[in-house]
Design a protein around this ligand. Structure first.
Ligand code: BV8
Ligand code: ZN
Length: 244
């Protein structure tokens, strides 16, 4: 069993020589910014789970309740700052010939850290979509009033986010699959690897010959698959792994 130190050196060596890289991030990368994860402590809200609220059925049944959950999260995210892990990824990007950061997160912290080559698989909590005319617009109001927000056409707007049971945006998914298929190094950070199809990308990368590196606080279904799996906080491990 490699010690964490020597495996750190071997990960750094793979990272330093990689010309094509893909990264997959989940809620764990924003945990140190104070944003609750989905399946960890503090991730619950009024005893609801994401699977109960992040669905078109829940929104059709009670748009007010679903919007109250998103307004609560927007309030927390507005107070949050990108952490050292977000910055380490943004600083790594220009050093790599072909790079894509694929995120499941909707919090916008990768944008605020300066990441440019970004594929948002599940949408953006700061974007709203009209339920009738399909108009998309940015809405960064905190507190969000009136709730639910309304489009110029009069219909209520929904969060521009991919809910459970909804398809991911085709072009974003295609971009993610393309980058995954060509990655020499695939880095997975802070995801429990439960939600599909995002969770299928690491295995896809491995099958295509990438070195698979995982950073997570706890073991996940990916840990056995990874060439190197680091236990610990993304805010500490990413600067150690990616620092020039
Ligand atoms: C689709 C937007 C079909 C919402 C989200 C049964 C089996 C397999 C699949 C399914 C199934 N039943 C249903 C499905 C499909 C379903 C699915 O995967 N369900 C799961 C729950 C089983 N998937 C879907 O419905 C997808 N759509 O399949 O459509 C289709 C196809 C064609 C046409 C029509 C339909 C849509 C999925 C997208 C759902 N939307 N987000 C919102 O955010 O409000 S998913 C939601 O979960 C978030 O995006 C979140 O990012 C994502 C995954 O969670 P994680 O990011 O991994 O976060 P989590 O809390 O779970 O884990 C955090 C990790 O970080 C932990 O491991 C922890 O240890 C670690 N950590 C914590 N702190 C730190 C840390 N690591 C490092 N440092 C730290 N400091
Ligand atoms: Zn409209």
């Amino acid at each position: 069993m490699l010690t964490q130190m020597s495996s750190l050196e071997s990960a750094r060596a793979s990272i330093a020589q990689a010309r094509s890289v893909a990264v997959l991030t989940g809620a764990g990368i924003s945990q140190e910014s104070g944003i609750p994860t989905f399946r960890g402590p503090g991730g619950l809200w009024r005893n609801f789970r994401a699977e109960d609220l992040a669905t078109p059925e829940a929104f059709a049944r009670d748009p007010q309740l679903v919007w109250e959950w998103y307004a609560w999260r927007r309030g927390i995210i507005a107070q949050a700052q990108p952490n050292a892990a977000h910055h380490a990824l943004a600083e790594w990007e220009p050093r790599v010939e072909s790079f894509l950061l694929i995120t499941q997160n909707v919090d916008g912290l990768h944008d605020r850290a300066g990441s440019q080559k970004l594929a948002k698989l599940h949408g953006d909590i700061w974007q709203v979509l009209c339920t009738r005319c399909g108009r998309r617009e940015r809405n960064e109001l905190v507190p969000l009033e009136p709730l639910p927000p309304r489009c110029l056409c009069g219909a209520i707007q929904r969060p521009d986010i991919v809910w459970f049971g909804e398809a991911l945006p085709t072009e974003v998914w295609q971009q993610a699959v393309e980058a995954t298929a060509h990655a020499q190094v695939f880095l997975v950070v802070g995801t429990s690897a439960i939600v599909h199809p995002a969770a299928s990308l690491p295995a896809m990368a491995r099958e295509a010959g990438a070195v698979l590196i995982e950073v997570n606080f706890e073991p996940t279904p990916l840990s056995a698959l990874a060439d190197l799996s680091f236990r610990g906080k993304a805010g500490e491990l990413l600067p150690a792994l990616l620092g020039a």
